[in-house]
Structure formats: C-alpha cells, structure tokens
Design a protein around this ligand. Structure first.
Ligand code: MG
Ligand code: MG
Length: 249
C-alpha cells in the first residue's frame, strides 16, 4: 500500500533529512586513503546519534550489522563495514545511510572518490549523479514512476554506462522500504501515478560495464558480474504541489 504523507509529516522527514545530509558532509570530510570502512561506520553512527532523537535506520534492519552500507569499487550496494577493508587512493566508495527521526526514515547514498580517480571513473560518478537529478526532476504530481526511470536510464545510456535492473528505489517513510518500487528504467506515463504526499528514495545504481550483478557469500554485498566499477547516488524526495522537494540535500 502506498503511504501518502501530510505536509506536517513531510516537515518531520525534512528534519531527519537535514541530519542525513549533514552526515554525508561528515563522510566527505572523513574519507581518505588508509581509513577502514569500520572506522567510517563508527564516525557515521556517532554523528547521527549526536542529534537528539536520531538513530541510524540500517542498524539491525533485516539483520544488517552496521549503520552504513560501504561499497567499494565493483561493489554496488550493501557492503558491510569492516576493519579489514581499508580505502586506497583511486578507490570509489558508495556510502548509503538511513536516518530515523520523529517516526520517519530518510535514505540517501553518495559515491565518493578517494584521492585521484581515473577518467572513466570520474565520468561514471558524474553521469550517475546527473541521472539522479534527471529522475528527481520527474517526481512531480501527475507523472508516473515510469517517468523517473525513463529519465534516469536516458541519461545513463547517453553516458555510455549501464543501469542496474536487479535493484530498485522505493517509497520511504514510517518504513524504510514502502511501495511503490522505483526502477531506474522504464517508460514514460507507465507505472503507479505520483501523487502529492508521496515520498520516494530515488537511487540510480550505474555500472561501468555489464548491468549484471551477483551477491557475495556474505549474503549482503552485491557486486558487478564483470568486476568493473559501480556508482550509486540517492536522495529522498517528496512529491509536492510545487514539484519535487529533495529532503536529503
Ligand atoms: Mg539507501
Ligand atoms: Mg534506498
């Protein structure tokens, strides 16, 4: 069932979203070669909990053991932070974070470059971020979920990369994952209609090579089948009368 939020509920989500945006700023300040993903997880958890009433959504969600998902290079999503995973110059790391505040979740991911990255990786990051913005622009009343996916996919194709189809965006609110699903591909005017009060996590996952994925034996980490790199950018967005409102900017 699709859960529409009242203007008051969206304001609460905006407060949580602001904490989440600040947590990403903290990640940006912290990420450097030599840092382990377990350390990064600790920084994120402490930063979130330093805001009264805010807790990390992911910790314990479906049994996930950490506060962030930290996915390096060919890892697409759901990487488990570990003291053994140490960032190196030239890596990219997707940090996916959820914040629970005032009874509502917000969800946002960003892919960061560690030091200097190669030209293809730079382009992958740019195209994926731009595909997120293209998708967000379609999150307005009267449009359909398919308009978002079509816009994301068009930008990614133009960039010469591949959209992951095995994983999708989602409604977000009182639960981390609500209906509808928000694929990163689709046809305009298809799929569920976007009504005022809908809050969505729009999250293109884009691969440098094949779109195909596999899951590692840890049962969490999803990687590219060909071992090439993947990027992930995500915002929580409210559909309002005046158009899309990004709650995690
Ligand atoms: Mg996320
Ligand atoms: Mg999400």
């Amino acid at each position: 069932m699709v859960q529409l939020k009242s203007p008051r509920e969206i304001e609460i989500m905006a407060v949580g979203g602001k904490i989440l945006a600040a947590t990403h700023q903290e990640m940006k300040r912290t990420i450097r070669a030599g840092l382990s993903t377990a350390e990064l997880d600790r920084v994120a958890e402490e930063f979130i909990r330093s805001h009264t009433g805010a807790t990390p959504s992911f910790k314990g969600l479906y049994g996930f053991p950490a506060s962030i998902c930290a996915s390096i290079n060919e890892e697409i999503v759901h990487g488990i932070p570990s003291p053994k995973r140490v960032l190196r110059d030239g890596d990219i790391i997707s940090v996916d974070i959820g914040v629970h505040f005032g009874g509502f979740h917000t969800d946002s991911a960003w892919t960061y470059a560690v030091g200097d990255v190669d030209a293809t990786t730079k382009s992958l990051l740019e195209v994926t971020e731009e595909s997120l913005e293209a998708g967000i622009a379609e999150a307005k009343p009267g449009n359909h979920v398919g308009d978002i996916g079509a816009a994301v996919e068009a930008r990614v194709r133009r960039g010469g990369f591949a959209v992951v189809r095995d994983l999708v965006g989602h409604g977000v609110g009182q639960s981390m994952h609500e209906e509808p699903q928000v694929p990163n591909h689709g046809k305009p005017k298809r799929g569920p209609k976007l009504n005022v009060g809908l809050t969505l996590a729009i999250e293109p996952m884009v691969n440098a090579g094949t779109a195909e994925t596999r899951t590692l034996s840890d049962k969490w980490t999803v990687v590219t089948l060909d071992g090439k790199r993947s990027a992930h950018f995500e915002h929580t967005v409210a559909v309002t009368e005046s158009g899309p409102r990004v709650l995690t900017r």
